[in-house]
Design a protein around this ligand. Sequence first.
Ligand code: ZN
Length: 330
Amino acid sequence: MARLALGVDFGGTKVLASVVDVDSGKVIGTAKKKTDSTDGPDELMQRIFDVARKAADKADTEMGDIAGVCVGIAGQVDVERGILVGTANLSRSVVDLPMAKLLKDELGIPAIIRNDVQIAAAGESRFGAGKDIDDFVVVFVGTGIGGGIVRNGEIVVGSAGNAGELGHTTVQVGGRVCGCGAHGHLEAYASRTGMTRAMLGELRRGRKSVLSEMMPDLDPADPAVAPFKSGMIREALKQKDEMVREVIDEGGTYLGYGLANVVNFLNPTRIILGGGVIESVDVFFDAAETSTRKQALAHAGQAVQIERAGLGDFSGVVGAAVLAAEAGAT
Ligand SMILES: [Zn+2]
């Protein structure tokens, strides 16, 4: 019988759960739900329980036949205690929540929690764009920017669990305010949230853009506007929107500054980039690649391979399932 485990990827806009055959990497059943940054702890846990059960239903599997569950969550995780100790993009009420214990009590299977990009790194390492090498860095661009480091085939966690937090490294001294409260972090420039803020700023200054036609109800002065979807950005670029093009070029260039620092500091064989805006907006990927090679030390900058994630949206859930199965086996 196939060895099955449940992987859950909890991000800033959605939570995705999949039952995965951990020997082949095949996704057997999947469920998805929106997340809400105003959720309290009970609502947040309920969302996770719901998608987990639905994924098991879709896979035609009983919870008892699943080896374990791993939830990857956007924030700093205390792996030993199974709690989230800090987050820049989710509701503060989830901090210090004993998530692993709550999951185990509710679902009746072994449960662990990890950082969301570390699970994606595990997925790419086992079945994705990193499966042929044991030394790479993954960077995911979404509502935030996260990074994961794989060294000698192992995920580097760091002493406090936040190794790879590339989004919160400084690319502009005294620059824009980041979701974490500090200034000039990469995430404030190159995440979908950061680039959306920049586009809204341009609209407020009276710049013409097809975005105003695509979203007639958009109020650029409303601080609660959700980050624009990658599909929307791609469509605006297709219509040759100058303002969107400028902001995406700038965001990609900043991403390259961050990646060049990674190249010089760690000298990985490969950088694997993922997330909707990387997958669907070529201009962004190209700007990031050009800027990385230009800013990094000449030899390392030319030698580094820059590729897109191999598992797309499923890197996280597949990696989480692999980690859950490994944790259950020991
Ligand atoms: Zn930050």
